[in-house]
Design a protein around this ligand. Structure first.
Ligand code: SF4
Length: 380
């Protein structure tokens, strides 16, 4: 029997992630059983939610008791404000629904396609042309990256579920943030609710028909992130790691590499040659484009650098000695490269390249100095 009340389907609390990444549900379903990430804050939040549900702060420490009380005051504020316009003693009655109730959304064939749990909800329960609902979701701790109520997919899905459940014409949703002693409220009228229903169906359609994983900063909230290749590749991008918007400077690269997993370092090191080959081929291809094609890509050719090597070495040396520089002093600025020398020896003695290299090794060793390089990395 499936113990998951979400039935392995999209649920309101992570619906924002599904809206950003339609391939997420596919990935989660392919994994054995992905528990929600647990940390100290998550456990504190769960405890606070249980206390709010029962309205009993037993077991909370003094700090959390304060948060608990602030939460209840926010409930009273939002409820009083919502009840205020209702006529007193008339036809309209307001009921509180079951706390922590999970609502199930069904498609046209009646199959459950998503669910959402409302911490608290109320609704006007008589048949009347204006049927209203109020929903409140506690955000127990800091929730600094919480999406505002007006843009919040969790509230949007819950509003649609409440609207369908009670056939409402207006739904107010509130995020209660006792840590900040603040409420964040959004109202949906009848037209908004129709549009919200359409938006929810669009997300569900994308999950079913175009399940494409789209990584981004949101992945840190996704419980499939550790198994998601796209999230890993995205996290490995140097610009992502360093938070850089532009170039990664050498200093930024050092910091970034320090935080990488060593196995990832090996993989990237192993593919360095392929990467450089690809980069060179990319540069060559781009350079073969016309100015017009380059402009379409936001590129153009810059001014070429002009190098000015000394090509008349003999003439230059003669001039320098005539200018009073002794040949001994000149040697410090002269270099014999083995490549060029090999060519000279080949021509002079009619040798093959290999024989000329050997000649240099045999005859010129007394003039060479060993300069050890750093040890290269090699595969075992
Ligand atoms: S980790 Fe990111 S890309 Fe991967 S499934 Fe989750 S939200 Fe999508």
């Amino acid at each position: 029997m499936n113990q998951d009340p979400r039935l392995g389907l999209p649920s309101a609390s992570s619906f924002g992630l599904d809206a950003l990444c339609s391939g997420r549900q596919d990935l989660l379903q392919s994994l054995p059983d992905v528990p929600e990430p647990k940390d100290e804050d998550a456990e504190r939040g769960t405890k606070l939610h249980a206390c709010w549900e029962k309205e009993d702060p037993t077991g909370l420490d003094s700090e959390d008791t304060e948060i608990y009380e602030r939460g209840l005051k926010l409930v009273k504020t939002v409820l009083d404000d919502w009840l205020n316009p209702f006529p007193r003693g008339g036809q309209i009655q307001v009921k509180e629904g079951e706390r922590e109730q999970r609502f199930y959304l069904r498609d046209e064939s009646g199959s459950i396609v998503a669910s959402g749990q409302a911490d608290r909800h109320w609704y006007s329960n008589t048949v009347h042309e204006k049927r209203e609902g109020l929903l409140l979701d506690f955000k127990s701790l800091w929730c600094k990256s919480l999406t505002p109520a007006e843009l919040n997919w969790q509230l949007l899905l819950l509003a649609v579920q409440l609207y369908q459940e009670y056939e409402l014409t207006h739904v107010r949703c509130a995020l209660a943030k006792p840590m900040f002693n603040k409420l964040d409220i959004v109202d949906y009228n009848a037209d908004d609710l129709k549009q919200a229903e359409y938006a929810v169906n669009q997300v569900l359609w994308s999950i079913k028909h175009t399940p494409q994983r789209r990584p981004g900063a949101h992945c840190r909230h996704c419980k499939g992130a550790t198994a998601c290749p796209e999230a890993k590749a995205w996290t490995l991008l140097p610009s992502v790691q360093s938070g850089a918007l532009g170039r990664v400077t050498p200093a930024m690269a050092v910091d970034f590499v320090e935080t990488m997993h060593l196995k990832d370092c090996v993989k990237i090191w192993e593919s360095a040659t392929s990467r450089h080959n690809i980069e060179d081929a990319i540069q060559d291809r781009l350079k073969r484009l016309s100015l017009g094609e380059l402009a379409e890509l936001g590129l153009t050719f810059g001014e070429p650098k002009v190098n000015t090597p000394i090509t008349d070495v003999e003439g230059c040396c003669n001039f320098l000695t005539r200018s009073g520089i002794h040949p001994h002093e000149l040697y410090a600025a002269l270099k014999l490269t083995k490549g060029d020398l090999t060519h000279v020896i080949q021509c002079k003695f009619g040798l093959t390249k290999k024989a000329a290299e050997q000649w240099i090794k045999d005859k010129l060793t007394p003039f060479m100095t060993d300069k050890p390089c750093e040890r290269p990395l090699v595969k075992i």
